[in-house]
Design a protein around this ligand. Structure first.
Ligand SMILES: Nc1ncnc2c1ncn2[C@@H]1O[C@H](COP(=O)(O)OP(=O)(O)OP(=O)(O)O)[C@@H](O)[C@H]1O
Length: 298
């Protein structure tokens, strides 16, 4: 997919299995939205091919539309329509819609049902967008950053809703910058960087067997002056030491016995007693940063 002479998505090859949740991840501008919009039939790629249920998203648009739900990153609703009007309207376009009252309640929208779309808060517009995408009971739903900017409670209800959709056999394709969201929800994750696929796998496959680990140390008494600096020197440049407070610190570095041995030897030398010394598995965020070299906004 190119925009003028800018290549937005290049050589991307991926398949989504029915009844699963797939997360497409990547830094800003990596090509996630472009990829989804191409699958949704909103953009015609200059090369390659896209098939959804074996159909061409542009040529076979009429056949696909009743089977697909789309939540855009923003917009998609008439600005003057009230939230409940907008949802009822979409529900009436479908043969077997979900009860709109129930859906509004699930997404905590019932209190703003009579508010025009343009007056809804960002988070309410976001949730209405999700409700609009699923009200027609689609077989496949594309959701672009479904929980961006939502508070933690509502984010969890959106996660539960997406998990229920999967239980009901719905296929979900989402993009997100919240890596813990992808880790919790996705059966399969695809990481894009500058329009190219850099990794694919289940969250477990991607985080397993890494070469980077995180050691967290909590001691019983505050560190002696200069002690963290001496640990940083003993560990060397391949590790990164972060002092969390006067009794705890974190070391990110090679996941080997020597790093752990250096930390415990240093405790002995400094006369500090570990209260907790834990070796953490790397998570999806660590993998993401390793692969893309830039942070997601988790
Ligand atoms: N309509 C357009 N015209 C020109 N360039 C575009 C257009 N849409 C996207 N791009 C460019 O294509 C690249 C991919 O954009 P895209 O929106 O797909 O990325 P993204 O991964 O979804 O980013 P974000 O996380 O910021 O939403 C970016 O460099 C972007 O500037």
């Amino acid at each position: 997919m190119r925009y003028g002479d800018k290549t937005a998505v290049d050589g991307l090859s991926l398949a989504v299995a029915t009844g699963t949740i797939t997360a497409v991840l990547g830094p800003n501008g990596a090509g996630k939205t472009t990829t989804l919009e191409t699958c949704e039939g909103y953009r015609r790629p200059q090369g390659g091919s896209v098939r959804v249920f074996g159909l061409d998203p542009i040529r076979d648009r009429r056949a696909l539309m009743p089977r697909i739900g789309v939540m855009l990153q923003s917009g998609g609703a008439w600005s003057g329509a009230r939230a409940e009007e907008m949802l009822h309207h979409l529900a009436r376009l479908h043969a077997h819609p979900i009860d709109t009252g129930l859906l509004m309640e699930r997404l905590a929208l019932h209190e703003c049902g009579r508010t025009p779309y343009r007056r809804l808060s960002g988070g309410q517009q976001q949730r209405l967008g999700l409700a609009m995408a699923i009200v027609g009971r689609p077989e496949l739903v594309f959701v672009d950053e479904p929980t961006a900017g939502l508070d933690p409670q509502i984010r969890r209800s959106v996660w539960e809703l997406l998990e229920e959709l999967r239980t009901d056999g719905v296929t979900v394709v989402l993009t997100t910058h919240y890596l813990e969201e992808a880790e919790r929800l996705a059966d399969k994750v695809h990481i894009l960087d500058r329009g190219r696929l850099v990794a694919s796998g289940s969250p477990l496959e991607l985080t397993r067997g890494g070469t980077v680990a995180t050691i967290r140390l909590v001691v019983t008494q505050p560190f002696p002056a200069g002690a963290p600096e001496s640990l940083a020197a003993a560990l060397g440049p391949t590790t990164e030491l972060t002092v969390l407070d006067d009794v705890s610190l974190q070391v990110s570095g090679p996941a080997d016995q020597s790093t752990l041995a250096t930390v415990s030897r240093w405790c002995e030398e400094q006369g500090v007693l570990p209260e907790a010394l834990t070796l953490g598995q790397r998570n999806l965020e660590d993998v993401f940063l390793e692969l893309t070299g830039r942070e997601g906004s988790s």
